[in-house]
Design a protein around this ligand. Structure first.
Ligand code: CTP
Length: 447
């Protein structure tokens, strides 16, 4: 039996793909098709893929041409697959001519003529543009503008910000600059909100009422009930409302959570996350945009690993804060402790105190160490009693997580279904804790 193997993304399956698969199948008796995983496509710079891995696998399955479908996850996998599956022929479109000659040490390499006049790229570009507006005054708003350039079809149309004179030069060149959110809402299909957390609820509602999709920095609101009501309203109107925490969309962080939940370090006993900066010190004039103290700036990011790993059913929590709530000044600092039935967690955030910005997850077999700044890391370690057993993990991080966050948002709008990396219960708990801090209902204030 002659086995043929081929690979591709197979996004928005078209007749070019089916032709290729037919001809590949005709080269032998058994066809194995490798479909690329999202992270692998991202790592090789193909970031605008519209359909999820499972949809693309389904596309290939529906052709009825593949005898076996596998997932391509890493560079160098082709050699492993050819050996493992005993492939006799590697077939690929002629756009790759020469690129896979090195595989001829392992099997026959055949380049098949590409079908002219069709490609996934063309199909993607025919789609309607998604015009997006930015709302708020976060110092990192410009990162959304920069990363949106990598998202097919997305265009940042303008910004609504309280003080239009405070914009970076790049943001001030956007077509629409206004301090009135309703002005911006008239000109866009969707908005990204990165403003003071206490303004989110009102701004989200205003955008949803105007029929716009919303990507908002967590939390949606300062009580879980208010968050629920916004989510229900968005659903009613068929709009996407997605939590934005860039770290949730970083490949390394996502893998870390999966590994830990899969039992890699045994039972988790403690999660400790720290995020601090002094970059808003009064002497630094280069910082544009507002800031809201440690909790506004970092709270949801630092809470994310705790809730994703230990869940949201903690038995008690204690917020201890130093300095005036929601403001940046010397000594401003917040620590939150959580007790779970068989674990504990803590997070520390500050804009007026400096500490090591690391994440440590302690387990009964090993611990995870993520070096500072853990919230935008591409690297982590699993450390065992015997250092020789330690494992290092590296995943390319493009655009600090902002890029993948925007891609997920655009996909959710296109597919009419949310695929947020932040689950509803976590989104609710973020509203609860942030609300307790902002509304002062459950905090211990120190001087
Ligand atoms: N292919 C083909 N003819 C086309 C398009 C693709 O023969 N018109 C082949 C490719 O050469 C490859 C396989 O189909 O062997 C899967 O290609 P893929 O990269 O998924 O499709 P493209 O349409 O080329 O995607 P993109 O535009 O994103 O590069």
């Amino acid at each position: 039996m002659t086995k043929v193997i081929t690979y591709g993304t197979f996004d928005l399956l078209h007749y070019g793909h089916t032709n290729l698969l037919k001809r590949a199948k005709d080269l032998g008796d058994y066809l194995i098709v490798g479909v690329t995983a999202e992270a692998y496509d991202m790592a090789r710079g193909k970031i605008n893929v519209k359909q999820s891995l499972s949809e693309r696998i389904e596309n290939v399955r529906e052709t009825g041409l593949a005898d076996e479908i596998i997932v391509e996850e890493y560079e160098g996998q082709k050699i492993d697959d050819i050996r493992r599956y005993g492939a006799d022929i590697f077939a690929i479109g002629s756009d790759w001519k020469g690129k896979f000659d090195y595989l001829s040490d392992y099997c026959k390499v055949v380049y098949l003529d590409r079908t002219k006049g069709i490609s996934s790229t063309e199909l993607r570009s025919e789609e309607r543009k998604l015009s997006v507006g930015l709302i708020g005054d976060a110092s990192w708003l410009d990162k959304y503008r920069m990363q949106a350039r990598f998202v097919n079809g997305m265009e940042i149309e303008g910004i609504a910000t309280p003080d239009t004179t405070m914009l970076t030069p790049e943001l001030s060149e956007l077509p629409v600059i206004t301090s009135d959110i309703s002005d911006l809402l008239q000109k866009v299909d969707a908005v990204v909100i990165a403003s003071d957390p206490s303004l989110h609820e009102k701004q989200i509602r205003q955008a949803l009422e105007a029929g716009k999709h919303v990507l908002c920095e967590s939390p949606f609101a300062l009580t879980p009930e208010a968050g629920d009501s916004l989510v229900a309203y968005a659903q009613e109107r068929g709009l996407v409302l997605q939590d934005a925490i860039k770290t949730a969309y970083s490949t390394a962080f996502h893998r870390l959570v999966l590994l830990v939940k899969g039992g890699k370090i045994g039972k988790v006993v403690s999660v400790d996350a720290t995020c601090t900066s002094l970059r808003y010190s009064k002497t630094d004039d280069s910082i544009t945009g507002a800031n809201w103290g440690g909790m506004g700036e970092w709270g949801p990011i630092a809470l994310l690993p705790i809730f994703q790993i230990l869940g949201t059913d903690y038995t008690s929590s204690q917020i201890i804060t130093r300095g005036e709530k929601g403001f940046v000044h010397e000594g401003e600092f917040t620590k939150i402790d959580f007790v779970y039935p068989s674990a504990v967690a803590s997070m520390k955030v500050a804009t007026g105190v400096k500490s090591e910005g690391e994440l440590v997850i302690s387990g009964t077999d090993a611990y995870v160490y993520v070096p500072a700044p853990w919230w935008k890391t591409d690297y982590f370690e699993i450390r065992y009693e015997n250092p020789a057993d330690n494992k290092r993990y590296f995943y390319q991080l493009d655009g600090e997580g902002f890029r993948f966050e925007l891609i997920t948002f655009a996909q959710a709008i296109a597919n009419g279904a949310s695929n947020s990396y932040i689950s509803r219960d976590i989104s609710r708990s973020l509203c609860k804790i942030m609300g307790e801090y902002y509304l002062g209902t459950n905090i211990l204030q120190i001087r």
